[in-house]
Design a protein. Structure first.
Length: 73
């Protein structure tokens, strides 16, 4: 490797919008993020199911399926 052309690799402090802080290695001194593993809905198991509810019913209404037809098959 050539000397003098590589950036300095040091400990960096990551600050989340929720207030969580942790350290990683980076060329930056501080890194600001909006979500982390402590506040992300996927990792905290607090996902909103509003967008997913009713998908089957919506599909059935769109293509004209009824509950009686589904039970016969």
């Amino acid at each position: 490797m050539k000397t003098g052309i590589h950036p300095e690799y040091k400990n960096a402090k990551v600050v989340c919008a929720c207030g969580e802080t942790f350290e990683v290695r980076s060329t930056e001194d501080t890194i600001n993020v909006e979500v982390c593993s402590k506040c992300h809905p996927f990792y905290t198991n607090k996902q909103s199911r509003k967008s997913h509810t009713g998908r089957v019913d919506q599909f059935n209404r769109k293509y004209g399926f009824t509950q009686e037809e589904n039970k016969e098959n």
